[in-house]
Design a protein around this ligand. Structure first.
Ligand code: HBI
Ligand code: FE
Length: 282
């Protein structure tokens, strides 16, 4: 097995951390659970406990209810056991990958209801911040909502839309939609704003910032607006988009995006902190 080419975008010149040489053509690999050390499991548990303690009042109820499905907090979950539970709930499974994978491979896995989870865990000195997604971000941040049927269907539809966008050279727009929903989305509930985005829910500081800080703006979900909006990868977001329910996400991905891409391209992009008269402000 010659493996696959590592993905280095976004990470400058540092060598990638995962073992891409042992990955299959679709970028999946073995989790190799027995290779985690006691320190790896202990670090996972510290990360888990810190985040779990912050969820009440800040994370959406669907997420909180599903976190327990990840399994014991004391060790990094075995992906095959987790996949069995997930498959029973929504017919999704998790598969191991060496780290970031190319967009098309990523979209292809989502379209097949297979969620790629990075195998390796960060170093203790990266407790507060890790540049690339690791097993904690991918599992704790992303997997709980895959137990929700409506969100699970959105993720698959997003993957299918991504495969189509790759052919239309519109990946940038789809990446923004992913960023402002799956990674940094907020949801309005009768109890107030709550987070559902994985980038927020796996971050020590951004959870409170996104939901409660007066600094960022929180705007109503609007696919066209989101696709025009640049995002920052180096600091907390200056803008969050708020959905009113997971159906809104799924419904928004149902139409053909082709005319939308044309409009977005004509209208041009917006700065991460821009504000339009048409924005619904929370
Ligand atoms: N690969 N493993 C992994 N995880 C991601 O979240 C991921 C990826 N490759 C591409 C990608 N995300 C982004 O381009 C998405 O915005 C589409
Ligand atoms: Fe993520």
């Amino acid at each position: 097995n010659q493996g696959v080419a590592p993905v280095t975008y976004g990470t400058g010149t540092r060598p990638p951390r995962g073992d891409y040489a042992s990955a299959r053509a679709d970028y999946t690999c073995e989790q190799q659970w027995s290779r985690y050390t006691p320190d790896d499991h202990a670090l996972y548990e510290r990360l888990y406990q810190r985040q779990a303690a912050q969820l009440p009042g800040l994370a959406c109820e669907e997420f909180i209810a599903a976190v327990a499905q990840l399994g014991e907090p004391h060790h990094i979950p075995r992906f095959d056991a987790l996949s069995e539970r997930l498959h029973r709930a929504t017919k999704w499974e998790v598969v191991a990958v060496p780290g970031l994978i190319p967009e098309e491979a990523f979209f292809a896995l989502l379209a097949q209801r297979r969620f790629p989870v990075t195998g390796w865990i960060r170093k203790p000195e990266e407790f507060d911040y890790v540049v690339e997604p690791d097993v904690f971000h991918d599992l704790f941040g992303h997997v709980p909502l895959l137990f929700n049927p409506v969100f699970a269907d959105y993720m698959q539809a997003y993957g299918a839309g991504g495969l189509k966008a790759s052919r239309l050279q519109a990946c940038e727009y789809l990446a923004r939609l992913y960023w402002y929903t799956v990674e940094f989305g907020l949801i309005a509930t009768p109890q107030g704003l709550r987070a559902y985005g994985a980038g927020i829910l796996s971050s020590a500081g951004e959870l409170r910032h996104s939901v409660q800080s007066p600094a960022p703006q929180r705007l109503g979900f609007d696919v066209e607006r989101i696709m025009r909006t640049r995002y920052r990868i180096d600091d907390y977001q200056t803008t969050y988009f708020v959905i009113t329910g997971f159906e809104q996400l799924f419904d928004a991905t149902a139409p053909d995006f082709t005319p939308l891409y044309e409009r977005v391209s004509r209208e041009g992009e917006l700065a991460a902190d821009s504000r339009l008269p048409s924005d619904r402000v929370y």
